[in-house]
Design a protein around this ligand. Structure first.
Ligand SMILES: Cc1ncc(COP(=O)(O)O)c(C=O)c1O
Length: 373
């Protein structure tokens, strides 16, 4: 920078942006490994699926690599078509984004003006709050009840300024869900001027009769609802950034107006299409996760901790003290977990269910990390 350059002050930027703090990324595995001189580091911090892309997705990635000099299909045509078929919805009732996170951003941009309100549980997925604030809208955070979304309290927080209600199903970071009966009762009461966003990022991991497919049960019965799904979790494509909303036509049309033309890359589109139909691999991964979840829960209990029973691919545990210490000790053992200060839970950590082999390493490290507490 030339000397004498006087940088812009806060007044130059939007007040709603000045009030934000940038996303704090976790340290890359390679950096932790090098800095701490560790032979192996495993990341159980971001609830990714622990397995890579499906075999057909890897083939699709190979094929598309040669065409990466070209821009992606900005209309995301084939993936929209495949997802519409998958859900039995029309083409224009699907909206693909750069991850479910990209969809939350598009929904916020399309719907929220300064002064509008968004209601969600808390602690929950931070993007609901951050992307609302980015628009100058006002998030209303409703405390969880026993680590679960309190749908009655959510409804009580809705007023005439509320445009969006988020229901995180299951909730990240606590791993808890609301039952179909609770959701039915919620949809009976929620006023018509509100769009409810049901975030089912972990949908494919859950196989329980009281866990609804919100597309089938609420969208197809005419509720004002948008459902979020992602290829980042069980499909193993978090690094590619692809997720989608299934929503009323008007919502998808508005999202299309704010989507950047080439946000969803050629590789992301091709890998997602190739992954959709592999029901056998989804079932296999669901079973491996369910077994891992039971094991991880038991492991924490054995060490005197009380994890919250989870239905996802991660566990929330309140350590009762500043969670930073345990995070650090686990880090020195080569295990990266997520301390939850940013989620509003400074004494809690969240641990993703890894592969069986990663769980072996975690089991060995946990005892040592807790012994030095
Ligand atoms: C509840 C929830 N919604 C959305 C996302 C974002 O997923 P994506 O990778 O598709 O942006 C996550 C990721 O952790 C999540 O936990």
């Amino acid at each position: 920078m030339t000397s004498g350059f006087e940088d812009f002050g806060d007044a130059f930027f939007r007040p709603s942006v000045n009030a934000l703090t940038p996303y704090q990324p976790g340290k890359p595995v390679e950096d932790v490994q090098r800095e701490l001189g560790l032979a192996r580091v495993i990341k159980l911090a971001s609830n990714e699926g622990p397995f890579g892309p499906f075999p057909a997705a890897l083939e699709a990635l190979d094929r598309t690599a040669r065409d990466l000099n070209r821009y992606p299909d900005g209309g995301i045509y084939r993936l929209h078509e495949a997802l519409a078929g998958r859900h039995g919805m029309a083409f224009d009732e699907i909206s693909v984004g750069a991850g479910a996170d990209g969809c939350i951003d598009m929904i916020s941009q399309a719907i929220l003006d300064p002064g509008d309100r968004v209601v969600c549980g808390w602690p929950s997925f931070p993007s609901y709050v951050i992307y609302a604030r980015k628009q100058g809208a006002e998030p209303v955070l409703v405390p969880l009840a026993e680590h679960r979304y309190d749908l009655g309290a959510l409804l009580d927080a809705v007023d005439e300024r509320t445009k969006l209600v988020y229901i995180c199903l299951p909730n990240n970071p606590t791993g808890t869900m609301n039952t179909v009966d609770e959701l039915d009762a919620y949809f009976e009461r929620v006023p018509g001027h509100v769009l409810t966003v049901v975030d089912q990022a972990y949908f494919e991991y859950i196989d329980r009769p009281d866990y609804p497919d919100a597309v089938e049960r609420y969208l197809k019965t005419g509720r004002h609802v948008a459902i979020l799904r992602t290829f980042s979790k069980i499909y193993g494509l978090a690094g590619l950034r692809v997720g989608y909303a299934v929503a009323p036509r008007s919502v998808c049309a508005a999202m299309a107006k704010v989507r950047r033309p080439f946000d969803v890359t050629t590789s992301a589109q091709a890998a997602a299409i190739a992954s959709i139909d592999d029901g056998a691999e989804i079932a296999r991964r669901r079973t491996v996760n369910a077994d891992g979840l039971v094991r991880l829960h038991a492991l924490l209990v054995e060490h005197g901790l009380e994890p919250v029973p989870s239905v996802g691919n991660f566990l929330y545990v309140d350590t009762g003290v500043d969670a930073g210490g345990l995070f650090d000790r686990l880090l020195h053992e080569g295990i990266i977990v997520r301390p939850l200060v940013g989620f509003g839970s400074p004494t809690a950590i969240r641990i993703s269910v890894g592969t069986p082999d990663e769980l072996d390493l975690f089991a060995a490290a946990l005892g040592r990390a807790l012994a030095h507490a």
